[in-house]
Design a protein around this ligand. Structure first.
Ligand SMILES: [Zn+2]
Length: 275
């Protein structure tokens, strides 16, 4: 996998004969007590020194990923749009910066149903963001959660429930990755012997959770299951020719994972030198 180009809010990668574009939706700052010890309690006065803070808060990048297979454009997660905080919602500017016409995006697939992933179906004015959208893959176990958003009811006819193990759009396989949410799903994309695991919310705080995967996130629906899934995904990410892409890894959020002591470390993929 190679990074071919980058701007402030996008980074374009080549994966075999596919193109993957990381899109920066923005960031959100959250209180430190969201980070949890392996017993589920907050760190309190013993907050780990290696965790990066911005003005005393945890800054989470919010990313989405566009997979381009010939003419087919499949957007995986859509960012927060106007939900939550104005530090997010850059997705549409990021697409424009990357030269992608929103009308080309006919398929969206979600890792899970939280608002910072699904609300970008609506643009900043609340209108449908993708005029030619005709299919939305929602993990099978997340459909009822998705259906509960009154603002997204217009999209219900486009939903295709997605069971784990299913291959969509020829190249993209939905992989079980539950814990953060009941149907949380990773997407494994393969081309020319290379694999990209678009893993959604496996890691929220990269500065500690790669090295200490047992450290949990307060918004994980089932922290024990999320911890188990994180360990399985990290182990899988060390396989040869595998890259990962994370919704909350520091933008562009694409790189490789290697074993280090009892944990792992993340090596971001940076722009290839063009001569
Ligand atoms: Zn998230």
């Amino acid at each position: 996998m190679k990074q071919l180009a980058a701007g402030a809010n996008f980074a374009r990668f080549e994966l075999g004969d596919l193109v993957v574009i990381a899109l920066r939706d923005g960031y959100v700052d959250l209180p430190t007590d969201r980070l949890r010890k392996s017993d589920g309690s907050a760190f309190g006065d013993h907050f780990p020194a290696q965790v990066d803070l911005v003005n005393g808060k945890l800054r989470l990048s919010v990313n989405a990923f566009l997979v381009i297979d010939g003419e087919r454009h499949i957007l995986i997660d859509t960012g927060a749009s106007n939900y939550w905080d104005p530090t997010m919602g850059l997705l549409f500017a990021a697409l424009a910066e990357a030269g992608v016409d929103r009308a080309k995006i006919r398929t969206v697939a979600f890792t899970h149903s939280h608002e910072d992933h699904v609300n970008g179906l609506l643009d900043l004015d609340g209108a449908p963001a993708f005029p030619q959208l005709d299919r939305i893959y929602v993990p099978e176990k997340e459909v009822s959660l998705f259906e509960a958003y009154p603002g997204l009811v217009q999209f219900l006819p486009l939903i295709t429930p997605l069971p784990w193990g299913t291959c969509i759009e020829n190249r993209i396989t939905a992989v079980q990755a539950d814990g953060h949410e009941v149907g949380h799903t990773a997407f494994e994309i393969s081309s020319a012997g290379e694999t990209l695991l678009i893993w959604g919310d496996i890691i929220h705080v990269p500065s500690i959770q790669f090295a200490q995967p047992e450290v949990s996130w307060g918004f994980d629906n089932d922290q024990a299951q999320a911890r188990l899934t994180r360990k399985i995904m990290l182990a899988r990410a060390t396989w040869p020719n595998c890259h990962v892409a994370g919704a909350h890894l520091e933008f562009p959020g694409v790189g490789t994972v290697a074993k280090s002591g009892n944990g792992y470390f993340f090596k971001p993929l940076t722009l290839a030198l063009v001569r």
